[in-house]
Design a protein around this ligand. Structure first.
Ligand SMILES: [Ca+2]
Ligand SMILES: [Ca+2]
Length: 282
């Protein structure tokens, strides 16, 4: 009995030590990723359905694959719990903006918006407030009106009044606001009502197999009507099939994004979507 108790204690100690050691290695790896800027920005086009033109690029940052962070999700879970979110996001954003600027010609730059994923807390970062992003934008020749902050509702928001104040401050500087992943998290409707975004990005869970689901279609139609009434635009994310795209078009959604249109790539690219007739006939 005494022997097995001691074994249990030893096992617990070993497991606790292993966890501390692993976290130490993860911190070191995160420091290195930030210091050496070994994250890679990917760009995924957002297309205007009526014209077929690419009107936006969402920037997605992926860290270097390693044994310590074998999956992107593992990395972002750890980052969210660390005190390095601001630092990582700022480094990743500046790298993405520089690459975008270097690899996009002036004409495309003028007519395209850049969609940046931003943690709500990052908007309150002092450096952010002091216009760190604006300074980078000026350097590469982009106006705030060409930048959309995507705020995800995967994290629960508790103080809406405070978030609205922060968001309004950026909006007054010209930046646009999108609510991201609508339908996948906590309080989509509450967030939309409080922030009155310029864009509503519908999560793939609303879009997947929508051609087979009258109830999904009814729900998406409600968002389209709400957007029209408030001057917002709806973006359907995660389109992977022709039939999904055809249904989205029938429902009157303005913008689309997803693997069916284009996978994220390491350089900005500007595909032209098929004419509406060939999609509607699928
Ligand atoms: Ca996003
Ligand atoms: Ca999203």
């Amino acid at each position: 009995m005494k022997h097995s108790y001691l074994l249990d204690v030893l096992r617990s100690l070993h497991s606790a030590w292993h966890q501390v050691h692993q976290e130490h290695k993860q911190h070191q790896e995160l420091d290195q990723i930030i210091k050496n800027e070994t994250m890679t920005p990917y760009f995924q086009p957002i297309v205007h359905l009526a014209s077929g033109e690419t009107v936006g690029q969402e920037v997605l940052n992926r860290p270097k694959n390693s044994d310590i962070f074998p999956y992107v999700e593992t990395f972002y879970d750890f980052l969210g719990k660390s005190n390095q979110v601001f630092c990582y996001e700022r480094t990743a954003r500046e790298k993405a903006l520089t690459i975008y600027s270097q690899q996009t010609d002036c004409q495309e730059k003028r007519k395209t918006k850049l969609f940046l994923n931003v943690h709500p807390n990052v908007l309150e970062d002092e450096l952010y407030k002091q216009g760190a992003t604006r300074k980078v934008l000026e350097k590469i020749g982009l106006r705030p009106e060409q930048v959309v902050f995507e705020i995800t509702e995967k994290q629960n928001v508790s103080d809406y009044a405070r978030l609205k104040k922060v968001v309004d401050n950026y909006r007054s500087q010209g930046f646009r606001i999108a609510i991201d992943d609508v339908g996948s998290g906590y309080n989509s409707l509450k967030t939309i009502l409080h922030l009155q975004p310029d864009y509503i990005k519908l999560d793939r869970s609303f879009i997947q197999d929508i051609h087979h689901s009258p109830s999904q279609q009814a729900l998406v139609s409600l968002f389209v009507r709400y957007a029209k009434a408030t001057g917002a635009e709806v973006i359907a994310e995660g389109i992977e099939e022709k039939a999904e795209l055809a249904t989205i078009r029938e429902l009157g959604i303005t913008f689309v994004q997803g693997y069916f249109i284009e996978h994220p790539q390491t350089s900005p690219h500007f595909p032209q979507l098929l004419p509406s007739a060939s999609i509607a006939s699928c």
